[in-house]
Ligand binder design. Structure first.
Ligand SMILES: Cc1cc2nc3c(=O)[nH]c(=O)nc-3n(C[C@H](O)[C@H](O)[C@H](O)COP(=O)(O)OP(=O)(O)OC[C@H]3O[C@@H](n4cnc5c(N)ncnc54)[C@H](O)[C@@H]3O)c2cc1C
Ligand SMILES: NC(=O)c1ccc[n+]([C@@H]2O[C@H](COP(=O)([O-])OP(=O)(O)OC[C@H]3O[C@@H](n4cnc5c(N)ncnc54)[C@H](O)[C@@H]3O)[C@@H](O)[C@H]2O)c1
Length: 451
């Protein structure tokens, strides 16, 4: 039996940060990670970091042909993830009170785990505190032929494919679908997105959705909405996707199919029932402090069935740490207002309300909007696509929401988020002295346009 005060299942964002903090305080830690290719978790190995590295490469195609550019980008992406994986491992493993075990963990009882290594050997582990941070995996829809098709990929396996697809069909037009569409279109693939929903970017205002769709279409991305996939059949060198749109039956051929129809919590084969830990359709059930129904067992990150973002998993670490070393007041309530970013060629960043939501909910607002083309720095960068829009309260003058579709929107949104959380009136951002030339100085004009 190997014991420690703190036992982590999964080397995800929350786990590695909490493990590091507790080890720095001298506490004993066991970190159990199923794959030696996943030290540091999903984000750095197979998700956020590799996709954004590929996006950046796809914007700087410099070699002779598309395949060469793509091969080079995949090699570079592997270098980046390899470096981060190594440094993430050492950050934890080099601490004197930490033991990292490379095996698959499952519960045998509330405070007792079994870890199974690749060679089939096992160890019994026990801990006072157990933290479940096993992440999520892609949902594969129940479509005849999908599981058998050799052309079907997930976001993870597609980024390991060395040949550039000629025609990439993406099933699902959410975060992953849109980001991969942008990347592969840049590399030179023809891309078609097939989505079951009727609306493009359903959570966003129509003005934004129309602009993004138009710009993706100009990059050779096609869209099929309201599509029910009927079957996938492999042929010689390509797969055929059959789907219906209303009463119309259609087919599309593809040499690569990406399935991006959402992700489900990793709760299978964890033995949660043996520990009496409650689950539901979304994942491990937790309260606002991320406690499961079993004392001293917490669940953090994607596995607890909330919003699936690295910064949410990171904040989960704060909530749990606060119970272990603080006053325990921090809770999920602090996560109710967070930015969202879709990393397209021109990124989309939103927070709070958009104008349509404000109208629907009869919320009084003033709005300010400027075009990206009015910002000098956008010209310097060479990307004047899009617009910036903010809503503010006519009473409190606080910011109600922002929709930023412009270069560097992923950075700008964090300043707006800060202002919203700190209840800063919009005039402060309007009258701030910003460095020049920057995208942030657009706030002078953006908030100056509020009326
Ligand atoms: C393609 C893609 C792009 C994304 N881009 C972004 C982005 O730009 N920004 C953003 O904020 N979010 C992004 N996300 C979402 C983000 O990656 C996840 O929300 C985040 O990584 C979840 O982290 P986590 O802490 O829940 O656990 P993970 O980082 O998923 O870690 C879970 C770990 O547990 C291990 N594990 C599982 N079962 C066991 C077991 N039984 N025993 C031992 N170990 C086990 C796994 O191997 C894994 O390493 C993206 C996701 C994808 C798929
Ligand atoms: N930039 C980021 O922060 C970022 C990037 C990538 C992923 N992520 C995270 O990863 C999660 C998973 O991403 P995702 O794109 O897989 O999920 P998603 O929920 O964002 O989008 C899934 C899409 O698939 C469609 N769909 C579902 N079933 C379908 C079916 N059978 N046929 C056709 N279409 C179908 C849905 O209508 C939806 O548009 C995201 O929700 C997000 O939390 C975040």
């Amino acid at each position: 039996m190997i014991t420690a005060k703190n036992v982590f299942i999964g080397f995800g964002k929350a786990a590695k940060t909490l493990a590091g903090a507790l080890a720095s305080r001298g506490e004993s830690v066991i970190m159990i990670e199923a794959s030696d290719k996943m030290y540091g978790g999903t984000c750095i190995n197979v998700a956020c970091i590799p996709t954004k590295t590929l996006l950046t490469s796809s914007q700087n195609n410099q070699l002779g042909n598309a395949q060469e550019n793509y091969t080079h980008a995949i090699v570079n992406k592997n270098d980046v993830t390899g470096t981060l994986r190594e440094s993430n491992l050492h950050k934890i493993a080099d601490k004197s009170t930490v033991t990292v075990l490379n095996g698959r963990a499952e519960f045998e009882a509330p405070k007792q785990l079994k870890v199974t290594y690749q060679n089939g050997k096992t160890d019994e582990i026990s801990g006072d505190h157990i933290f479940i941070n096993t992440g999520s995996t892609p949902i594969l829809p129940d479509v005849p032929g999908l599981q058998q098709s050799t052309f079907v990929k997930t976001s993870e396996s597609l980024m390991d494919q060395r040949h550039l697809p000629k025609h990439l069909v993406i099933i699902g037009g959410g975060y992953i679908g849109l980001e991969f569409a942008s990347i592969y279109a840049n590399f030179g693939s023809q891309v078609t997105i097939i989505d079951a929903g009727k609306k493009f970017m359903p959570r966003d205002e129509r003005e934004l959705a129309q602009e993004v769709k138009k710009n993706l279409a100009e990059k050779n991305v096609r869209f099929e909405f309201n599509a029910q996939i009927a079957k996938i059949e492999d042929n010689d060198g390509f797969a055929q996707i059959s789907f219906t749109q209303g009463d119309q039956a259609r087919t599309i051929d593809a040499d690569t199919i990406l399935v991006a129809t959402g992700r489900k919590a990793n709760i299978a084969n964890l033995g949660l029932d043996k520990a009496g830990i409650e689950t539901n359709n979304h994942g491990v059930v937790v309260n606002d402090h991320l406690q499961t129904n079993v004392k001293d067992i917490w669940a953090m990150g994607d596995v607890r069935g909330g919003a699936q973002f690295t910064y949410i998993s990171l904040d989960d670490y704060r909530i749990v740490l606060d119970q272990l070393v603080g006053d325990g007041k921090r809770s999920l309530k602090e996560q109710s207002l967070v930015p969202h970013v879709v990393f397209l060629d021109t990124p989309v960043a939103t927070i709070g309300m958009n104008e349509e939501q404000a109208k629907e909910e009869n919320v009084a607002y003033l709005s300010g909007k400027i075009m990206t083309a009015s910002v000098p720095k956008a010209h310097v960068i060479g990307n004047t696509t899009g617009y910036l829009k903010v809503l503010v309260s006519p009473d409190s003058h606080e910011i109600l929401g922002a929709t930023l579709y412009c270069v560097d929107a992923q950075e700008l949104i964090n300043t707006i988020s800060l202002a919203m959380h700190q209840h800063i009136p919009y005039e402060v951002l309007r009258d701030q002295i910003y460095s020049h030339p920057t995208m942030t100085e657009a706030f002078n004009d953006l908030f100056g346009a509020v009326k």
